[in-house]
Design a binder for this molecule. Sequence first.
Ligand code: CP
Length: 316
Amino acid sequence: MVRHLVESQQLSVDALFKIFKRADFLRAHQKSTLKNKLLTTLFYEPSTRTRLSFESAMLKLGGSVIGTESAKEFSSVSKGESLEDTIRVIGAYSDIIVLRSSEEGAALSASMISKVPIINGGDGKGQHPTQAILDLYTIYREFKRLNNLKIAIVGDLKSGRTVHSLCYLLGKFKNIKIILISPPHLKVGENIKEYLTKHKIFFEEREDMNSILPFVDVVYMTRIQKERMCKTEYDKANGCYKINLSNINLLRRNTRIMHPLPHVTEIDLPFEVEENDPRVAYFRQAENGLYVRMAILEDLLLSKRSSRLSILQRRR
Ligand code: CP
């Protein structure tokens, strides 16, 4: 059976900690465990972090990489080839595929016909599970715990696939409080709220951000995704939320500012603050992605199917 990483609900707490432990190890030790393995990065949407950190991860583990970063234009999709046929062909050339698509559900469709592991590198407004794993790893490294945390998630919660995947992962931990802060038209979907309720995660929805800042451990900022909404919706949301010099000191000294990046106007801090204020965690977060993705590639390519801690678990 081929194992895929399509959505973050797949991951058990044990599997997450196994990835974190391996990521810590790979940060400190050079290993060539994936010599003779080949990764394809198939990206139909732009990316800096996901594509390049996966490519770097594979190369650092001794493997090789092929790929296309603008697949809508540079793959034979431009001639009308289906995603399914594309995946079948690439599966014959490589051992694992990271797929980013603008279509929600594309990674699931690909996984249903692929003979090699598919990693969802972001599917439209759907999910971005490897981002959520590195987000959680970052929280774990910063706080040394994943229980008893109050987390504000701010911005475009409707289209934000990193938000969706993160909420699903947070649902696996205890005594988590989530404050969902967005304009009314960009609230998180009912499916996420139902999941949090089912998993007994306290959450509340708010529009105001500044009043919450003094009380949270993490403020997880997100970009308003202009490319996923009409101009009227964007204009209503643009500029609603911003961390800058006038409100950063509402945050406690041990609070962390996170962001999946890229950020635009929702974070407006000088370079010196970003470099020196320990509350700014988003560049450490992006770096953590490299080690987490090394661990994920190893897990999918090397773990035995029967491994109790392997990534693919039953969906819960
Ligand atoms: N966080 C994230 O997915 O970044 P990229 O779009 O640059 O890959």
